[in-house]
Design a protein around this ligand. Sequence first.
Ligand code: UFG
Length: 330
Amino acid sequence: MPRYLVTGGAGFVGSHLVLALLDRGAEVVVLDNLSQGHRAAVPSGATLVEADLADATRVAEVFAAWRFDAVLHFAALSLVGASMKDPLHYIAENVGHSLRLAEAAIKAGCLRFVLSSTAALFGEPERVPIDEECRIAPSNPYGDSKRMVEEGLAWAERIHGLRYAALRYFNAAGSDPAGRAGEDHDPETHLVPLAIDAALGRRPALTVFGDDYPTPDGTCIRDYVHVTDLAEAHLAALVRLETHGSCRYNIGSGTGASVKEVIAAVERVGGRQVPHSIGPRRAGDPAVLVAASDRLRAETGWAPRLGALDDIVRTAWAWREKHPRGYGDR
Ligand code: UFG
């Protein structure tokens, strides 16, 4: 039975990946400091090691205790806005933790590594949809920290033979269709859960960050990809690592939706209005970010199964309606 180490497996995308691995009969060890993740998000079939990646001794102990087929690394600071306020902290933590984790894996003889990377690598993109050949030019420290990690992994590939997959997520959203996991951030900054909570009357009205962008309705366009499809993309990347070596993929549904279209989808699916008003632009928001995921599709056969915006909103709505306090541990 394959065994995987999943850092950040108590977080939103990580916990959905853990479910996908367990569903396939794999053994999973989650390493998470629970600073952003939730104990209850770790499925009972996985082993949780509550530890911080800064604790090199503890990380080495984990690699000594288990032999892993691959490391899937989700644990990171991931808020663009926060990274603009505290750039050095973001870079030091994301880069330092990731590369030391890769170093520990290599030392332990584990030469397969999957990195949660980001569309933020591309900054204001030179073309849309964004393919893997687009210029890498992050416009915030968060995106730049992931760029640095990707580069570090490329050196580890050349020198140590590490095989890595850098998966650039666009906007992860939705929830496990079976209702076993959901999205619960503190603070919540993401559009889909904020719009749903506003519709459910649990939050004040949503503020739309600008309606004067050069898009058809004036609001920003993003590529929302279902978190379960994203998890499946990791499984596809793991197979690809074995057969072809390292890879870098942009992962989205390939379709853009504006903020107003997301609001309309929430109203359609939930049958309630989303109270909202138009506010100023949020610093650092590009007008349009849509992925070209053709490479991932062509090379691995992956395709989103829950790609429609209504599927994303329906699953997210179901989980949040059922879990008014999220995982209830904050
Ligand atoms: N938005 C609003 N109001 C809100 C929240 C968001 O109008 O209250 C808008 C944003 O301006 C943006 C869209 O909704 O246009 C989506 O915003 P999110 O905050 O949900 O997601 P982002 O696109 O900002 O960020 C996501 C990931 C980041 C990643 C980035 C890459 O969360 O980690 O995509 O593009 F870096």
